[in-house]
Design a binder for this molecule. Structure first.
Ligand SMILES: Cc1cc2nc3c(=O)[nH]c(=O)nc-3n(C[C@H](O)[C@H](O)[C@H](O)COP(=O)(O)OP(=O)(O)OC[C@H]3O[C@@H](n4cnc5c(N)ncnc54)[C@H](O)[C@@H]3O)c2cc1C
Ligand code: FES
Length: 283
């Protein structure tokens, strides 16, 4: 194992389990207690997908949870060569993994105070309001990890989850036991509300809510608008194609109202207000 000065570690981790949750969604568990000891919801790992040097670039995946034995779970959709190779990995094989990477969700006094407290265990939200977790599709793993962490801290949360169709609800596992209330939407109406989850959130959410979200870009954009209109604190986890994964290449930069930010190091979790365009003033 190699540890760098930022605390991220490179480990060779045995695969414990590879399970198909749907035709193209896979749950993979590997044992990496060195990474699990310091990880927090919202952080990710960068994995070399194959057993050779090809493909060269590591693939980033959100940490979906870890247990007391140091087993880390990721859940991913097979979309290209890297995820195909990972889906074919079998128990006993070794994965080359770097992590934990990136900025986590902060469970601080206010979701606006992103990155202000590094120890989730010591944190308590001072706002009396409702914690709203929002996930879309493959945005579920970090939000499920966050739901479990909040539950372990005794903090109630409502989880809003939107998927294309009912079978993809398998991504949630037994998360309904971890949250106060689970609200589901499907694009095709096969379970829960028909339509997109951001519309359900906008209808139901109160003015005392704090939002923690991960999912496709249109969902995050809708939540940025909602946060701005209703003056709600929100932390949003972004995905972007990555090359180095450690802040060196700038390849993962996204544009914000405060300039370009690297998703792999300044993110992947960002406070919504850094995307608010500056207000126009009448001179
Ligand atoms: C911080 C972070 C966390 C992530 N967590 C998860 C997760 O928990 N589960 C999961 O399924 N995926 C997650 N992803 C996305 C995942 O990294 C990509 O799906 C994976 O790298 C694709 O590898 P591939 O070799 O199979 O596909 P490639 O052959 O590399 O790409 C196939 C196609 O997908 C597009 N693509 C690749 N990566 C991305 C991306 N990040 N965003 C949008 N389009 C992309 C490519 O442009 C191409 O069209 C995460 C990405 C980031 C940055
Ligand atoms: S992927 Fe290289 S800087 Fe983020």
């Amino acid at each position: 194992m190699h540890t760098d000065k930022c605390g991220k570690k490179r480990v060779f981790a045995p695969v414990v389990e590879t399970t198909r949750l749907t035709d193209d969604i896979v749950r993979l568990v590997f044992e990496a207690p060195q990474i699990a000891a310091g990880d927090q919801p919202g952080q990710f790992v960068a994995i070399r997908a194959g057993q050779t040097d090809a493909p060269l670039l590591r693939r980033p995946f959100s940490i979906g949870g870890c247990d007391e034995r140091g087993r880390i779970e990721i859940v991913f959709r097979i979309i290209g060569v890297g995820t195909q190779l990972l889906a074919a990995r079998r128990p006993g094989e070794t994965l080359d993994v770097i992590g934990p990477l990136g900025r986590p969700f902060e469970i601080g006094p206010d979701a606006r105070d992103l990155h202000s407290c590094s120890q989730a265990q010591d944190a308590r939200p001072a706002r009396a309001g409702v914690i709203c977790l929002v996930a879309g599709g493959l945005g579920a793993p970090p939000i499920v990890f966050l739901a479990r962490t909040l539950r372990s801290l005794g903090i109630p949360a409502v989880l809003y989850y939107g998927v294309r169709t009912k079978s993809e609800l398998a991504l949630l596992g037994n998360v309904e036991n971890e949250v106060q209330r689970l609200v589901v939407s499907t694009d095709d109406g096969t379970a829960g509300h028909r339509g997109v989850i951001s519309e359900v959130v906008a209808r139901e959410i109160g003015d005392d809510a704090s939002i923690y979200a991960c999912g496709p870009r249109p969902l995050l954009e809708a939540l940025i608008c909602l946060a701005r209109e209703r003056n709600l604190p929100a932390q949003l986890s972004f995905e972007q194609q990555m090359a180095c994964g450690v802040g060196a290449c700038m390849g993962c930069s996204i544009e914000t109202a405060r300039g370009y930010q690297r998703v792999c190091t300044e993110g992947p979790v960002f406070p919504a207000e850094i995307f608010f365009a500056p207000q126009k003033t009448n001179q």
